[in-house]
Design a protein around this ligand. Structure first.
Ligand SMILES: [Ca+2]
Length: 139
């Protein structure tokens, strides 16, 4: 009786595992899903000219920390977002909280640049390159 019960539980566990495995095959990995610079997003590029690894977000980010960018090629993991921004696009919506402000330090300390919707920078300049650590949306 006990052995049968254990076997049934193992069988159920195998079914759950199979379902999870199937789901992860069907689901598009977030690393790839997040690569496009969609409407409403602030889009960060590792290199000048909107190239290299990418990070796109419609949200605030008070500390880039250990967040990884989306890799731009087929191998490896993305570059660290922190201290990597070299070019950017504000693809946000106009209206309230449409201006993105970018900071040298976490928690919005030391503003380096800001941009309204539609504004882009193909290179942030030598003084600001690879130095951004947080951003937020403001009016
Ligand atoms: Ca960079």
């Amino acid at each position: 009786m006990r052995a049968k019960s254990t076997r049934r539980r193992l069988g159920q566990a195998a079914l759950v595992l199979a379902a999870v495995t199937t789901a992860s095959i069907i689901t598009v990995p977030p690393a790839f899903a997040d690569a496009s610079c969609d409407r409403g997003e602030y889009c960060i590029y590792e290199d000048a000219g909107f190239t290299g690894d990418v990070y796109t977000t419609a949200g605030y980010l008070a500390n880039y920390g250990n967040i990884r960018m989306t890799t731009s090629d087929w191998h490896g993991i993305g570059a660290l977002l922190n201290n990597s921004t070299s070019s950017w696009i504000n693809n946000g919506y106009t209206g309230a909280y449409s201006r993105v402000r970018v900071y040298r330090e976490p928690n919005n300390v030391g503003e380096m640049w800001s941009g309204v919707p539609g504004q882009t920078s193909s290179y942030v300049g030598n003084g600001n390159n690879d130095d951004a650590s947080s951003h937020r949306w403001t009016n």
